[in-house]
Design a protein around this ligand. Structure first.
Ligand code: GRF
Length: 207
């Protein structure tokens, strides 16, 4: 249980619409937590502008400035630690986070994936599900580990693929669900109701 108001560090690579949803939920009170810092591995990420617009520290970390991936990950860890982050939320961050970060927050690094894991992992979860022809796909919020899209699952929500859907219309539906359930998953953590037990994530009912 986090005794103070939870502080989230958000990692992005691009547009940051999930970041925006988390900030909006924080500001509306639906999420009892603050975004303490936003870190991007691209300096042109729209998400950095979104952070700035809300007065949140946004930091570009240039992989090219570090001799090794370990040093790069350690730099990210230091920024998160300096902002007293309780929970790390990857939101469209297109790199694997190394041990440097995962060991510092062993039960506190989340990711969102636009498919029902373990189906359709990887960078193109929406399109891969659409092209495979599944009738149901969805969204997964899961804890991160050292492999892509493999960690314990905190929350999932299905999205039906209708006859008339295109990859683009499916993407719109998936994003709408993402923007609702990522803040909801973070709120469960803020309420102290989440426990990782082996591969499973147990959610306690509301006290
Ligand atoms: C989302 O679809 C997320 O599931 C995936 O990357 C996308 C990020 O979108 N990991 P945005 O940057 O939050 O708009």
């Amino acid at each position: 249980m986090i005794a103070h108001r939870m502080r989230i560090g958000v990692l992005i690579s691009g547009s940051g619409t999930n970041l925006q949803a988390i900030i909006d939920a924080s500001e509306s009170g639906a999420l009892e937590a603050d975004v303490a810092v936003v870190i991007s591995n691209h300096d042109s990420a729209r998400g950095l502008v979104r952070a700035k617009e809300r007065g949140i520290d946004g930091v570009y970390v240039d992989r090219g400035r570090y001799a090794s991936i370990r040093e790069y990950n350690a730099a990210i860890r230091d920024i998160l630690r300096d902002h007293a982050v309780d929970v790390v939320a990857m939101a469209g961050y297109m790199r694997l986070l190394g041990k440097e970060v995962l060991d510092f927050w062993p039960k506190g690094v989340l990711n969102i994936h636009p498919a029902l894991l373990p189906s359709f992992p990887g960078a193109n979860g929406i399109r891969d599900a659409f092209e495979f022809g599944v009738k149901v796909t969805g969204v997964t919020v899961h804890y991160a580990n050292e492999e892509f899209d493999q960690g314990p699952i905190l929350m999932q929500e299905p999205v039906a693929i209708a006859e008339g859907d295109t990859a683009e219309s499916l993407e719109t539906k998936i994003h709408a669900v993402e923007h609702r359930i990522y803040p909801a998953a973070l709120q469960l953590i803020a309420e102290g109701r989440v426990e990782i037990v082996g591969r499973k994530v147990k959610i306690a009912s509301r006290a």
